[in-house]
Structure formats: structure tokens, C-alpha cells
Design a protein around this ligand. Structure first.
Ligand SMILES: [Zn+2]
Length: 103
């Protein structure tokens, strides 16, 4: 058993204690919760990146068949470009946020 300083009130508390007896600040939970929080945020952004890739794929699938038949005038070709651009944007946001949260 070692004594650590409470991050809230600075009082010495046992590291085995779940909460500070002085202010009630959770001690043990802090060490466990922090890594899981980072893991969860990175998972969220990985999902965002995946969603971006799916959107890009959808955009390609919408764009090419209509483009081959009727060219860029086809509203579906425009929709394909729009979905594809949205996918790139979503993937970029996911990449940026993942980088931001890890550094
Ligand atoms: Zn405290």
C-alpha cells in the first residue's frame, strides 16, 4: 500500500482506496477509466474513417454506371460526386481527429 496525493484536494490517500475520504474524488477509478476513454475515442474515429471509405465506395458505385451511360449531365453522376466528396471529408475528419487525440 502506498500513499498518493488526491488530485482534487491534495490530501494523502491510499492507492487502494476507491475514493478520497476527504472530498470523495474517485482514486482507483481514475487509473482504470483513462485508457478506456482514449480507446473509445480512437474507436469512434476509426469508425468515422470507415464510414468515409464506405461513402467513397458508394459514390464510385453511383457515379460510374450513370456517367458511362449519360455523362455528367445525369443527376446521379452529380450525386455520386457529392457522396464521394462527403466520404473523403468524413475520412479526413476521422484521420485528423484520431491524430489529434493521440498526440
Ligand atoms: Zn480529495
Amino acid at each position: 500500500m502506498t500513499l498518493i496525493n488526491c488530485s482534487e484536494c491534495g490530501r494523502e490517500v491510499s492507492d487502494k482506496a476507491t475514493a478520497c475520504p476527504n472530498c470523495g474524488n474517485p482514486i482507483g477509478a481514475q487509473h482504470i477509466k483513462q485508457p478506456t476513454l482514449i480507446e473509445q475515442t480512437s474507436k469512434t474515429w476509426k469508425f468515422t474513417q470507415l464510414l468515409g471509405w464506405i461513402l467513397m465506395l458508394f459514390g464510385v458505385f453511383i457515379f460510374f454506371p450513370s456517367f458511362n451511360m449519360r455523362g455528367l449531365r445525369d443527376p446521379m453522376a452529380g450525386l455520386g460526386i457529392l457522396v464521394f466528396s462527403l466520404g473523403i471529408l468524413t475520412a479526413l475528419v476521422g484521420k485528423f481527429e484520431a491524430w489529434w487525440h493521440h498526440s
